[in-house]
Design a protein around this ligand. Structure first.
Ligand code: NAD
Length: 487
C-alpha cells in the first residue's frame, strides 16, 4: 500500500494500534486506489493520548520559550528539507495537484512552526501594573491539554496552524485529522519528535464524528480548536460548553468578492479564479459570490470563461496539472447536486458543470464551473458548496452591493477589487467578515490573523493573536505592606 503508516495513531512519541478500532480506508481521490488501511481510535486510545499529553505538558511549560521555540524552528527546517516527500503525501491524502502542495501545504506548516518558534520568547510576556506602593503583574499561562480537530482540505497546514501556537505557548496537543485525510498529521508528529519535541506533547489519533466527541467531552481537555463546517461547529461548541472549555472555531463561509468597474479586469479575474478553483474549490475562505458591477459584466465573463476553459485538469502528480479531483465521491456528488439545483433555479451555466472526459473513471474529478445571472435567493448563492463552483452576480452601486454581500449568516472572508483607494477601504470597513483582501484574494501568510465572524466562527489562527487563544491571563496582586482588615 502506497502510503501505509506504521500504525493508525501516534501517541507518546510512538506509533500505536488498537485492533478493536473500526477499520477504514484512506483513498487516493485521483484513482480511487486504497493507499492505507487504518483504524479509528477506541476510548482506550483516546485515554492514552490525553493521558500522555497531560503527563508531558507541565515539564514543557516549565522550560523557557526560547528553548521551546528552538525545537519548533528545527521542525520547520526538517519540513522544508522534506518538502517534496511531504507534498507528495499531501497530494495522495487530498488529491490536490503537486503544483499546489509543493508551494502551499508543508511550506505553510513550516512557516507556522518557524513563526511561533520565533515569537515565543517575546510574545508571551505579561505586564507590570503599578498601584502606588503595591503592584500587580500578569502572566500568560498555557491552558494545558488542547485538542485540535481538522478538516480535509489542508491537513498538514491545519495540523501545524494548531500545533505551532499551542506548543509555543507551553501546551500539549491531541490532534484528530479528518477521517478523509488521515496521513499528513502522522508525519508531522514524527518530525516534531525528530526535532527534539519531548514525547507526549503532540499526539495524533484517527477517527470521525464518533471519535471527536470523546475528545471534546474529555474532562482533562482545556481547549478545543476545530476547523470544519458550521453544523459541526455548533455541535462542538455546544459540547465544549458543557464543561466550559476554551474554543476556537474555524468554520465555513460563502464569502463575497466585489469587482467594481474601475478594477484592473485581468487582476480581478485572477482573484476570482484563485478564490474559487484553487484546491478544486475546497477552501473555506473562497469568494464564491462574485459581485461584478454591471458595466463590466460581459467583458469579465468572457475573460473568465476563456481562462477557466484553459485550466489543466489531470493527474495530480504531474507538475503541469492545475486542477485535481475533489476529496471524495460523496463531496463530488454534493457539488453536482448544487450544480443541478443552480440550473433548475435559473442560473446561467457559463462553463463547466460536468465530470471531465479523459480522467480515470474512479477519480473524483469535476470541471471548474461558472454560473452567471445568479440572484441572491438562489440556493447556490446562499449555501456553502465547497467545490469549484463560482457564482457571478451583478450589481449597480456601492451601498447596494455591501448590503447584499452582508446578507448571509456567514462572515469568514471578503474581497474588493477597485482602483479607487478610498472606496476600497470604505467598503472593506463595512463588510462583515474576519479576513478581507483588497485587489487580491485568499492570501494567508502566517503573520496575519485568520478567522471568521458571524456563523463562520470565532478565535483567530496565525499571527501573535493566536497565542491569546492558547493561553490565559493570570493576574498577581502583590502587597508591599501588611494586610489590613476591618475586623
Ligand atoms: P466537517 O465539519 O464535516 O468535519 C470537520 C472535522 O470535525 C472532522 O475531523 C470530523 O471528523 C470532525 N467532527 C465531525 N463531527 C464532530 C463532532 N460532533 N464532534 C467532534 N468532531 C467532529 O468538515 P469537513 O467536511 O471535514 O471540512 C469542510 C468544512 O470545513 C467546510 O465547511 C469548510 O468551510 C470548513 N473549513 C474551514 C476552515 C477555516 O479555517 N475557517 C478551513 C478549512 C475548512
Amino acid at each position: 500500500m502506497k502510503a501505509q503508516p506504521k500504525a493508525s495513531h501516534f501517541i507518546d512519541g510512538t506509533y500505536v494500534e488498537d485492533m478493536e478500532g473500526a477499520p477504514f480506508d484512506s483513498v487516493y481521490p485521483a484513482t480511487g486506489e486504497v493507499i492505507a488501511k487504518l483504524r479509528a481510535a477506541t476510548p482506550t486510545i483516546v485515554e492514552m493520548a490525553v493521558a500522555a499529553a497531560k503527563r508531558a505538558q507541565p515539564e514543557w511549560a516549565a522550560i523557557s520559550p526560547t528553548a521551546r521555540g528552538r525545537i519548533l524552528k528545527r521542525a520547520a527546517e526538517i519540513m522544508r528539507a522534506r518538502n517534496r516527500e511531504l507534498s507528495e503525501l499531501e497530494t495522495l491524502d487530498t488529491g490536490k495537484p503537486i503544483q499546489e502542495t509543493i508551494v502551499a501545504d508543508p511550506t505553510s506548516g513550516a512557516d507556522s512552526l518557524e513563526f511561533f518558534g520565533g515569537i515565543a520568547p517575546a510574545a508571551l510576556n505579561g505586564s507590570h501594573i503599578p498601584l502606588g506602593g503595591d503592584f500587580a503583574y500578569t502572566k500568560r499561562a498555557p491552558l494545558g491539554v488542547c485538542v485540535g480537530i481538522g478538516a480535509w482540505n489542508y491537513p498538514q497546514q491545519i495540523a501545524c496552524w494548531k500545533a505551532a501556537p499551542a506548543l509555543a505557548a507551553g501546551n500539549a496537543m491531541v490532534f484528530k485529522p479528518s477521517e478523509m485525510t488521515p496521513l499528513g498529521a502522522l508525519k508531522i508528529a514524527e518530525i516534531l519528535i525528530e526535532a527534539g519535541l519531548p514525547k507526549g506533547l503532540f499526539n495524533v489519533i484517527q477517527g470521525d464524528r464518533a471519535t471527536g466527541p470523546l475528545l471534546v467531552n474529555h474532562p482533562d481537555v482545556a481547549k478545543v480548536s476545530l476547523t470544519g463546517s458550521v453544523p459541526t461547529g455548533r455541535k462542538v461548541a455546544a459540547a465544549a460548553a458543557g464543561s466550559l472549555k476554551h474554543v476556537t472555531m474555524e468554520l465555513g463561509g460563502k464569502s463575497p468578492l466585489i469587482v467594481f468597474d474601475d478594477a484592473d479586469l485581468d487582476s480581478a479575474v485572477s482573484g476570482a479564479m484563485l478564490g474559487n478553483f484553487y484546491s478544486t474549490g475546497q477552501v473555506c475562505s473562497n469568494g464564491t459570490r462574485v459581485f461584478v458591477q454591471k458595466g463590466i459584466k460581459d467583458e469579465f465573463l468572457s475573460r473568465l470563461k476563456a481562462r477557466t476553459e484553459k485550466i489543466v485538469i489531470g493527474d495530480p502528480m504531474d507538475e503541469a496539472t492545475q486542477l485535481g479531483p475533489m476529496v471524495s465521491k460523496a463531496q463530488r456528488a454534493k457539488v453536482l447536486e448544487y450544480i443541478a439545483k443552480g440550473q433548475a433555479e435559473g442560473a446561467r451555466l457559463v462553463t463547466g458543470g460536468a465530470i471531465p472526459n479523459s480522467v480515470p473513471a474512479e477519480g473524483t474529478y469535476i470541471q471548474p464551473t461558472v454560473f452567471a445571472d445568479v440572484t441572491d435567493r438562489m440556493t447556490i448563492a446562499r449555501e456553502e458548496i465547497f467545490g469549484p463552483v463560482m457564482c457571478v452576480l451583478d450589481f449597480k452601486g456601492e451601498d447596494e452591493v455591501i448590503a447584499r454581500a452582508n446578507s448571509t449568516e456567514f462572515g469568514l472572508s471578503a474581497g474588493v477589487f477597485t482602483a479607487d483607494i478610498a472606496r476600497a477601504h470604505r467598503v472593506v470597513d463595512r463588510l462583515e467578515a474576519g479576513t478581507l483582501w483588497i485587489n487580491t484574494y485568499n492570501l494567508c501568510p502566517v503573520e496575519i490573523p485568520f478567522g471568521g465572524s458571524k456563523q463562520s466562527g470565532f478565535g483567530r489562527e496565525n499571527s501573535v493573536a493566536a497565542l491569546e487563544h492558547y493561553t490565559e491571563l493570570k493576574t498577581v496582586y502583590v502587597a508591599m505592606g501588611t494586610c489590613e482588615a476591618p475586623y
